[in-house]
Design a protein around this ligand. Structure first.
Ligand SMILES: C[S@@+](CC[C@H](N)C(=O)[O-])C[C@H]1O[C@@H](n2cnc3c(N)ncnc32)[C@H](O)[C@@H]1O
Length: 255
């Protein structure tokens, strides 16, 4: 990813409706796996980027971020001076964290990335880093037919379905505890935008063309729509479609 894409992400991630809505959904899932108020989990956030998830994860334990881009890690440290950030690759999790174990390993929009050589292998290595009884939390983009300029700019190579995420989690050794699509409100706009872009119209050249924050009133309305979707996920246990996927996998105590 070029540095501009990280700068654009850092500028919007605290207030943008997608990021605030995703954090609330992640909190809901994390609450469901927390083992008690006093338990200070060891958490590894792989591909932590500019740190958009760090404050949320800190509510659940001591977070270590892993990031391949020194530029992104620098922004992350400026925003969160006390954060523990390692610069390194998710493709070498076993070497980078040799001898270390975590209660929870998270991937937020990382496995889909072009710099991930083999998503299943990365998850297998994550499995070996998770303590028995621990968890993996995964959020990735959904549906290949929604591929568009923003994926290219952010170096996205993969988009998944729920069954595909389930399959790679199982192949890595995790039991899938929860899985859902989310961000359904973006489904039609993104479908339209990917169709138009395939026809050569309304092309995006930089991340901010698509990722920029909308006007405050629109941002507020979209935040409200995301909270309605979260309410539906709480009631029905998941959502049948959306442009993103969130999943929690558990590593059994006994192999
Ligand atoms: C779309 S951003 C997501 C950032 C953050 N996790 C979030 O959700 O806000 C993808 C991040 O994964 C990082 N990344 C991609 N491939 C990686 C790899 N092989 N090792 C470590 N980080 C990687 C990128 O540098 C980027 O910061």
């Amino acid at each position: 990813m070029d540095n501009q894409a990280y700068d654009d992400l850092a500028r919007v991630e605290d207030t943008h409706w997608y990021h605030t809505g995703r954090r609330k959904l992640v909190e809901y899932y994390m609450d469901s796996i927390r083992r008690g108020p006093c338990h200070q989990a060891g958490i590894l956030d792989v591909g932590c980027g500019t740190g958009g998830m760090l404050e949320t994860l800190r509510k659940y334990g001591a977070v270590t971020g892993l990031e391949i881009s020194a530029h992104a890690a620098g922004i992350c440290l400026r925003k969160h001076p006390s954060a523990r950030i390692r610069i390194g690759s998710a493709n070498d999790l076993d070497k980078t964290f040799a001898g270390e174990q975590f209660d929870i390993v998270t991937f937020f929009n990382v496995l889909y990335h072009e710099w991930i050589l083999d998503d299943t292998r990365v998850l297998k290595e994550a499995f070996s880093l998770v303590r028995p009884g621990g968890f993996v939390v995964i959020n990735e983009p959904a549906y290949k037919f929604l591929y568009r300029d923003n994926d290219r700019i952010c170096m996205g190579k993969r988009r998944y379905t729920v069954p595909e995420i389930r399959d790679i989690m199982k192949a890595a050794g995790f039991n899938v505890a929860r899985i859902t699509y989310f961000n359904s409100i973006s489904f039609l706009p993104l479908l339209l935008s990917s169709m138009l872009q395939r026809a050569g119209l309304f092309r995006s050249k930089k991340a901010s063309d698509e990722l920029g924050a909308p006007p405050p009133v629109v941002n507020g309305l979209l935040k409200f729509a995301m909270s309605c979707e979260l309410a539906a996920i709480k009631i029905f246990g998941g959502f049948p479609f959306g442009v993103s996927i969130l999943a929690v996998g558990r590593k059994d105590i006994r192999p």
